[in-house]
Design a protein around this ligand. Structure first.
Ligand code: NAD
Ligand code: ZN
Length: 353
């Protein structure tokens, strides 16, 4: 099968616009039942919560996205609590937060209808049963998790996605009113995740014209937001378009390296991508130059020598993590990527971060 002939995927129902969150229930095809809201606990004390159209029978799970990247253990715990409820399965699951919380909502949705631990589904197309109807409500833009078919989780020994048609959201609310309070540095790091998605998807081989158009438009909007006077609507749209482009193509070398940084150093995804992208001139040339200008314009100082204190064992785990990223590396460097991206080459790149 060529990549051109894959089924093009995108979330089928979507509400767009500042204030749209209040209309969330219009997206659910059936009336009745109760809704499970999985909400980033950072938002607990904000006005965002008052905008959610919750009803008496609904439940809220506060997810501590601030602590670290989400894990399979956390997903299993939420699933167990919900499954133990006497109300039966929820009619809808609503994930409200950044990529971490949205991925948890996606994973909980499929784990309520499939047996075992979520760690057993990290991989490609391992989920058998459709999940509970799920709605994504981003409160932070860039990850593209709202648009993608993966739920990225830290498992027992790897950071990996549950990649499945069943882990895509059934509906989205893109309400730019929810991202206006994001701290500037976090807005930048997550926004750069989107910029890097678009670059990696455009520079790779697993792309068709339709996905390319999403990536080009996502990139243009990132330039407008981070180098000019773009709005929160622009940023929210860029994140979605970058997400659609990677679902229908692939990421590349930066993501393959950044997973190792997140695993061993606990770096958040957007930040880890920034640290990795900065040393990838050889692969993404002019885009790395543009990225440096964005860093400067936003007064962001990335740390140097991040990997210098790591043990050989830790570095080896990072290399192994990178080498597992076959699809992104095939996308970026072709099927013979191992001839170029040797252990020594990966260690050299990490040593320059
Ligand atoms: P995030 O969800 O990890 O959140 C980062 C921080 O921002 C957290 O402390 C969170 O509490 C805070 N935050 C969220 N919304 C906020 C708001 N409105 N105001 C103030 N603070 C807010 O960050 P992210 O960059 O959106 O997502 C990164 C995660 O997404 C990683 O776990 C990564 O692996 C995953 N990811 C998934 C995909 C996918 O396709 N599924 C793609 C890229 C990244
Ligand atoms: Zn990413």
């Amino acid at each position: 099968m060529t990549f051109d002939s894959r089924v093009f995927q995108q979330v089928p129902r979507l509400l767009f616009g500042s204030g749209a969150t209040g209309r969330l229930r219009e997206l659910v095809p059936a009336a009745g039942g109760w809704y499970l809201y999985i909400v980033d606990s950072t938002l607990e004390s904000t006005a965002i919560i008052d905008r959610l159209p919750t009803r008496g029978e609904d439940r809220t799970e506060w997810f501590p996205a601030v602590d670290h990247e989400p894990s399979t253990v956390q997903v299993d715990e939420i699933r167990d609590r919900v499954a133990a409820s006497s109300n039966g399965l929820p009619m809808a699951i609503v994930g409200v937060g950044g990529g971490s919380t949205m991925d948890v909502a996606k994973a909980v949705s499929v784990m309520l209808t499939n047996p075992g631990s979520s760690s057993e589904y990290q991989g490609w197309d391992l989920v058998q049963q459709p999940g509970v109807f799920k709605i994504g409500v981003p409160t932070l833009s860039g990850s593209g998790a709202e648009a993608s078919r993966t739920a990225v989780l830290m498992g027992p020994d790897q950071k990996f996605g549950i990649n499945s048609d069943h882990s895509m959201f059934n509906a989205l609310v893109l309400d730019s009113g929810l991202i206006c309070g994001v701290p500037a540095d976090q807005r930048f790091y997550s926004g750069m995740d989107c910029f890097i998605h678009c670059v990696e998807s455009l520079q790779g081989s697993m792309i068709n014209e339709l996905a390319r158009s999403f990536a080009i438009q996502g990139l243009d909007l990132c330039m407008k937001v981070f180098m000019d006077d773009g709005t929160d609507d622009d940023l929210m749209t860029a994140s979605f378009m970058g997400g659609v482009s990677i679902v229908n193509s692939e990421v590349g070398i930066c993501h393959a390296l950044s997973y190792g940084l997140s695993m061993e150093l606990g770096f958040r995804h957007g930040f880890a991508n920034c640290v990795a992208f900065r040393v990838l001139d050889e692969y993404y040339g002019e885009w790395v130059e543009t990225f440096r200008r964005m860093l400067e314009r936003h007064g962001i100082d990335l740390p140097e020598g991040c990997c210098l204190g790591l043990t050989d064992e830790a570095l080896d785990r990072m290399v192994q993590m990178t080498l597992r990223m076959d699809r992104p590396l095939t996308n970026a460097l072709g099927p013979r990527w191992r001839d170029h991206l040797t252990t020594e080459r990966i260690l050299d790149l990490y040593s320059r971060m």
